[in-house]
Design a protein around this ligand. Sequence first.
Ligand code: ASP
Length: 332
Amino acid sequence: MWSKLFLILSVLVVCSSKTSANSEKPEYALVIHGGAGAITPDKLTPEQEKGIKSTLHKALTKGKSILENGGTSLDAVTATIMILENSPYFNAGRGAVFTSEGKNELDSSIMDGHTLNAGAVSGVTNIKNPITAARLVMEKSPHVMLQGPGAVAFAEKNGVETAPDKYFFTEKRWQSHKKGLKKKAANLPVPQNYKYGTVGAAAMDKHGNLVAGTSTGGMTNKSHGRVGDSPIIGAGTYANNNSCALSATGHGEYFIRHTVASRICLLVEIGGISLQEAADKVVMQQLVEAGGDGGIVAVDKSGEMALVFNSDGMYRGSVSSLQDAKVAIYKN
Ligand code: ASP
């Protein structure tokens, strides 16, 4: 009789742990970043730290309210990124860095993991929210990427909001630009320990659809016309409902060469490893060996979230139906 009872109890335990494992899948999930790099506590004033954290929190809260109410990951990612673009703290939209010519040239992309549609703009000027221009390319053109004046003309024709040069001017970015130029003129090495302030988001909505988007001013004193990884599908942004949605930040040339975003998702899809393992492999091993610093935020089709970086810090945050909004800056 005892052995029968034991058997029944065992069956009950197995069933209940299965149920709880299933119920572990969140209904929705959202991860964001505001750039990675040489970000240590001594580099930020308490006010800056507070401002950055509260902006990340505001972005997460906006995205969460969309996802919680059954909205799409496409809308959540767009709205989240717009909040980060509108903040002078991040190197995207309003706080964008300057090119070596003293201009703001912006890159952005978005990808829908359900349809595999994608849109991107590169080297655009005077567009307040480049993520909206990328989305217009995805939704209103037969193309994936438009660049420069052609991209701006297309976006304006489709009603994108524009802003004058002075909107994009921030003293901090201007000083970094001038400092870099001085070093270059004096033939001094330009420090490689950048703070990459690119912004990005990846989300899974209640319908199970995955979307990722990224927006950036690129790298300080980049050459006129330089395109980084952020607008390149498969490098800085990727989404596929069969695997994951991912946005990257870091030294773009390395992320392009290593096709970071699609590689991580592919490892999840056919490599049979978890999102966290795939991200660790690419960001903490392959990129480190190559010398490419930066990080990623990603969410997979089961709602697992990963925030991985090999630099000192990464402005980041996450929220899901099972987890309250969390933001962080430094390691640990
Ligand atoms: N990845 C961006 C670029 O290379 C820079 C960044 O992430 O801040 O353009």
